[in-house]
Design a protein around this ligand. Structure first.
Ligand code: CMC
Length: 443
């Protein structure tokens, strides 16, 4: 803290270059705040005080300009449309890697050797089964329960099957819980689907790859072995890769926030599933499909766009908090859509989606606000080609995002800088009212 100079001359002469000098015009006092990694510590603002009032704080609903952690998991440059996991560009991972390898990369921080990969794949494969009681309680959901609600509840319930998971300081214990969660998510997701369809639950098939086994648990009927088309397996595996992490998005923030209480990872991930369920986040792909169905045909698009511009509704699958140029995942998904449609036949809604995109990319409203298709714009069309009902779309997103949530959770629990997440508020309510008992108020 430095006293305010008598003149208007800048008071930064003695300040370090890596600092921010702020002047509190209420008091005339200047403060030097250290800049590290292009940020100032919000807690440093606390020294800026007026009389006996609490120190200065920042007001940032939605965390639009607040870093909550240091992370080495995922890098995004929203202006350039860059997404990297542990330094590897998403385009290269989507083209050349597998979802399980990407999961390993996210959690361990480096690509596996052959021996490491084999051990990882084996571990995941042999943890895909769930306790039989999980099956019983999943059967207890209403016939029309939303699969995301079922997934959220059943992931949270795993904490009761693995009570040792609360021992989050033991690295071996953390490892086995992460393996279990990545392994069991497809089982829980597939069973949510089967329940809604009134079909028997299918047990995992350990001869199949991670993604082929998921398709088997979803679609197998009376055949001895379910053999999904390899092109579809590859496309779904790629979609899982594209969804695997996205730095501090709403659901990851929920996982970190709940995880900061040092609760077990199943409870923290259940919070992430809940956050992902919302239509502004992972629920957007479901909303896109419903929107396309509602538009119904190309000639209804202009009226729909007018409605969006008048603020009546949103063009779902467009816009992103971080990407202001293009979402690199949307580009890869568009290509995957072509691969899938080559097997399944084209989705008739694709025509409407393409036309909508064309118009929106030229329209001043969207151009000015830098609104582009995001990952959810085309993913729903692909999922529908797989014959998933829209309620299942976000479940697929959740399965893909699980390694990312876990990598971020692992980073959190090992980060000495982290504390229990507890934001401040600006209180706007009444103060010091005298309570009048109901016998007097209602008399
Ligand atoms: N359709 C129409 N207008 C939009 C849209 C949209 N999809 N998105 C943003 N806007 C407008 C918004 O009304 C605002 O206009 P104005 O400045 O006139 O008030 C302006 O663009 C800035 O929007 P914002 O709401 O301040 O932006 P945000 O960063 O807070 O929200 C978002 C980002 C993704 C929540 C938002 O773009 C949105 O609601 N999109 C539709 C839902 C969607 O597709 N979500 C999936 C996101 S990607 C995957 C994921 O995260 O799960």
């Amino acid at each position: 803290m430095t006293d305010a100079p008598a003149t208007d001359a800048p008071a930064t002469a003695g300040a370090s270059k890596e600092s921010l000098t702020v002047r509190d015009n209420r008091t005339g006092v200047e403060y030097d705040l250290k800049i590290t990694d292009n940020t100032i510590r919000a807690a440093d603002l606390g020294q800026i005080k007026l009389g006996d009032q609490p120190g200065l704080a920042t007001y940032d609903p939605g965390f639009v300009n607040t870093a909550s952690c240091r992370s080495s998991v995922t890098y995004i440059d929203g202006d350039k449309g860059i997404l990297e996991y542990r330094g590897y560009p998403i385009e290269q991972l989507a083209e050349n890697s597998s979802f399980l390898e990407v999961a390993y990369l996210l959690i361990h921080g480096a690509l596996p050797t052959k021996a490491e990969y084999d051990a990882w794949e084996h571990e995941i494969t042999y943890h895909t089964f769930v306790h039989e009681n999980v099956k019983s309680f999943m059967e207890g959901f209403r016939y029309d329960a939303h699969p995301m609600g079922m997934l959220m509840a059943s992931v949270g319930a795993l904490s009761t099957f693995y009570p040792d998971a609360r021992n989050i300081t033991d690295p071996d214990n953390r490892h086995i819980q992460m393996v279990r969660m990545i392994a069991k998510m497809p089982t829980l997701g597939a069973w949510s689907f089967r329940h809604a369809q009134g079909k028997p639950f299918i047990y995992p098939d350990n001869d199949l790859s991670y993604t082929a086994n998921f398709l088997s648990m979803l679609f197998k009927m009376s055949e001895k072995k379910y053999g999904a088309d390899e092109r579809l397996v590859k496309a779904l595996d790629t979609l899982f890769i594209l969804h695997a992490d996205h730095e501090q998005n709403a659901s990851t923030n929920a996982v970190r926030s709940v995880g900061s209480t040092q609760v077990d990872p199943y409870s923290a991930v259940a919070a992430g599933v809940g956050a992902l369920y919302g239509p502004l986040h992972g629920g957007a792909n479901e909303a896109v499909l419903r929107m396309l169905r509602r538009i119904g045909s190309k000639q209804n698009i202009p009226a729909f766009i007018e409605g969006v511009k008048n603020g009546n509704e949103k063009l779902m699958g467009f816009g992103h908090r971080v990407y202001k140029n293009y979402d690199p995942r949307a580009k890869i998904i568009k290509k995957s859509a072509e691969d899938v449609f080559a097997v399944t036949g084209t989705n008739p809604l694709l025509e409407i989606a393409l036309e909508l995109e064309k118009i929106a990319l030229e329209d001043e409203y969207f151009v000015k606000r830098r609104l582009y298709p995001n990952v959810d714009f085309y993913s729903g069309l692909i999922y529908e080609a797989f014959q998933f009902p829209p309620e299942m779309f976000t479940v697929l997103f959740a399965i893909g995002r699980t390694p990312g949530w876990l990598a971020q959770w692992l980073e959190l629990v090992q980060d000495k800088d982290q504390k229990i997440a507890r934001p401040k508020q600006i209180y706007t309510g009444e103060r010091g009212l005298d309570f009048v008992p109901s016998s007097e108020r209602w008399a």
